[in-house]
Design a protein around this ligand. Structure first.
Ligand code: BTN
Length: 250
């Protein structure tokens, strides 16, 4: 009995669904499709055996989650690739809202459930791309949503939709997510504006670890490319890539 809820050959809006019971990583399968020239494909697996997170971290992908990679070929300059990550994170927020869950965004790629006490990770995004002459040839937006997964099967600090509202209809959540991404992907200014309204990072003291060291200060905004503006003791830094930690206020 297949565990993957999508049948083969199904279309979800502009995306062709490529469904699998198990894959090492949906991003890797999407790379194969990119090499074949495909576009607007959503690769979905019920479980991943070698799911990957950002910064070469492992991504726990037990059965019941939404492990999804969107292969797209947008006409975007390289420095705007973050727009796609933000669009995906917003799409998760909108799909979660339809399932009765209010989620928030942490720069650059996390979808969190927050309360006064703690932040727990509901979903993460891993965007990979190929570029030529300063423009994107293709991008793969890998989206991992802890849907019908027991918190005990996830790393500490994680939470699932099932923990919050009981089991969800994964097909409905996935379709809502893909449709929201489809609407958002062409609207760069709208993505930035909407990201700001759902962000939990803005106004917070943060520590950003980059390849060159770390930056500590108050995150004040994002710019049109999705870079985080951090007010430090020595001035405002614009950070394009980094690992962000929310600090308790001094
Ligand atoms: C992160 O927060 O570090 C990003 C996690 C991204 C996980 C998703 S699950 C679907 C796709 N396939 C992968 O191997 N990773 C992404």
């Amino acid at each position: 009995m297949p565990t993957q809820p999508f049948p083969h050959g199904v279309q979800s809006g502009s995306f062709r669904i490529d469904p699998h019971d198990a894959l090492p990583s949906t991003n890797d399968r999407a790379r194969e499709l990119a090499a074949e020239g495909a576009a607007d494909v959503a690769v979905i697996a019920d479980r991943q055996t070698a799911g990957r997170g950002r910064l070469d971290r492992e991504w726990a992908s037990p059965p019941g989650g939404i492990w999804l990679s969107l292969l797209v070929r947008p006409s975007l300059p390289v420095d705007r690739v973050s727009i796609l990550t933000f669009a995906a994170a917003l799409a998760v927020v909108r799909a979660a809202a339809e399932a009765g869950v209010e989620a928030r965004l942490k720069w650059p790629n996390d979808v969190l459930i927050t309360d006064d006490e703690e932040e727990r990770k509901l979903a993460g995004i891993l965007t990979e791309s190929s570029t030529r002459d300063g423009r994107l040839q293709w991008a793969i937006i890998g989206i991992g949503v802890n849907a019908n997964v027991d918190r005990d099967d996830l790393p500490p600090g994680s939470i699932s939709l099932q923990d919050l509202v009981g089991g969800v209809d994964r097909t409905a959540v996935t379709e809502a997510l893909v449709a929201a991404f489809d609407r958002l992907r062409g609207d760069q200014a709208g993505v930035i504006e909407a990201w700001r309204t759902h962000a939990v990072t803005l106004g917070r003291r943060v520590e950003i670890t980059t390849g060159d060291g770390s930056i500590t200060g108050v995150a004040t905004d994002i710019d049109e490319s999705g870079r985080l503006l951090v007010e430090t003791e020595t001035g405002v830094e614009r950070v394009a890539v980094g690992d962000c930690r929310h600090l308790r206020s001094a």
